[in-house]
Design a protein around this ligand. Structure first.
Ligand SMILES: Nc1ncnc2c1ncn2[C@@H]1O[C@H](COP(=O)(O)OP(=O)(O)OP(=O)(O)O)[C@@H](O)[C@H]1O
Ligand SMILES: [Mg+2]
Length: 268
């Protein structure tokens, strides 16, 4: 399996009124072709910061990012092919798309850039269908007229257009109801199989975590405290933080040991 994306020894601090705060402290990660990694961690723990560093939107204080074996720097120093190969679905679909733009103009721009750079791409209509918003009625709608969930689907359609090898999705299901989140999980699974796109996602949805993801990474207090195949991580947890997180997620606190074991087994 080839290694699509790798981060080595990534560190990042931010200045705060109380001094410098270390957000990421020697992070190592790798995404292999075909994988879907779930990144888990507390709010404010540095997940978005890590994603921005991988995308070249933020500079690490130290450490390196490699794509397909080649070290890549900030976004503006990356080639078009490098930029197109990795797409980011932002956490906030209200901040990541222009309100006054139409759906068709939002989706046509990456298609136009691919055409100009002789890169294969998906037509906006195809991307929209894959993202679960079929129907021409959406094409002329303004972004500001869409619901949060519909915006997130447009953001995913936009990410698919360049036929990337990697999609980084930062809580892109957070505005969806349970049914739509499941639908989004199916879409990710389908494009993973059909188009060979690999994912790193932040999700707090237990069905997405257990059914969709193949790898788990847990970020806690600036460090990766669990990393590996989902089945391996779940059967031999290394960190108390992960145990508490999963118990909260599975809502199994207060149940007997026997019940808790059964819940864990059903997801192991
Ligand atoms: N540009 C910045 N300047 C200063 N502090 C920042 C900056 N960006 C992020 N931070 C701080 O870094 C920490 C990590 O933020 P980040 O957004 O990466 O967390 P997160 O894990 O994505 O959180 P959430 O789950 O709430 O989205 C937070 O304390 C945040 O306030
Ligand atoms: Mg975040």
């Amino acid at each position: 399996m080839s290694e699509l994306l790798k981060g080595t020894n990534l560190t990042k601090s931010f200045d705060t009124p109380f001094g410098s705060a270390v957000i990421l402290n020697g992070i190592n990660l790798k995404l292999e072709e075909g994988s879907i990694i779930a990144l888990i961690g507390e709010s404010g723990g540095g997940k978005t910061t890590l994603f921005k560093i991988l995308m070249g939107l933020e500079t690490a204080d130290s450490g390196s990012v490699f794509m397909l074996g080649k070290e890549v720097g900030r976004l503006r120093k990356r080639s078009f092919a490098e930029c197109a190969s990795i797409q980011y679905v932002f956490q906030d679909p209200y901040a990541s798309m222009a309100d006054e733009a139409t759906v068709i103009s939002t989706l046509s721009e990456p298609a136009r850039l691919c055409k100009r750079n002789h890169r294969d791409y998906l037509e906006p209509e195809e991307a929209l269908v894959l993202a679960g918003l079929p129907g021409e009625e959406f094409m002329d709608r303004k972004i500001k007229s869409l619901s949060g969930g519909q915006r997130q689907k447009i953001a995913i359609a936009r990410a698919l257009i360049t036929l990337p090898q990697i999609i980084i999705a930062d809580e892109s299901m957070s505005m969806l109801d349970e049914g739509s989140a499941q639908e989004m999980g199916s879409i990710f699974s389908r494009v993973n199989k059909l188009l060979g796109i690999s994912f790193i996602i932040v999700t707090h949805n237990k069905n997405i975590l257990f059914d969709l993801c193949t790898f788990i990474l847990v970020l806690h207090q600036g460090k990766i405290v669990e990393a590996g195949l989902k089945e391996e991580v779940l059967t031999s947890l290394q960190a108390e933080y992960t145990r508490q997180y999963l118990e909260c997620m599975l809502n199994i606190e207060g149940r007997t040991d026997f019940e808790q074991n059964n819940v864990r087994k059903s997801y192991g």
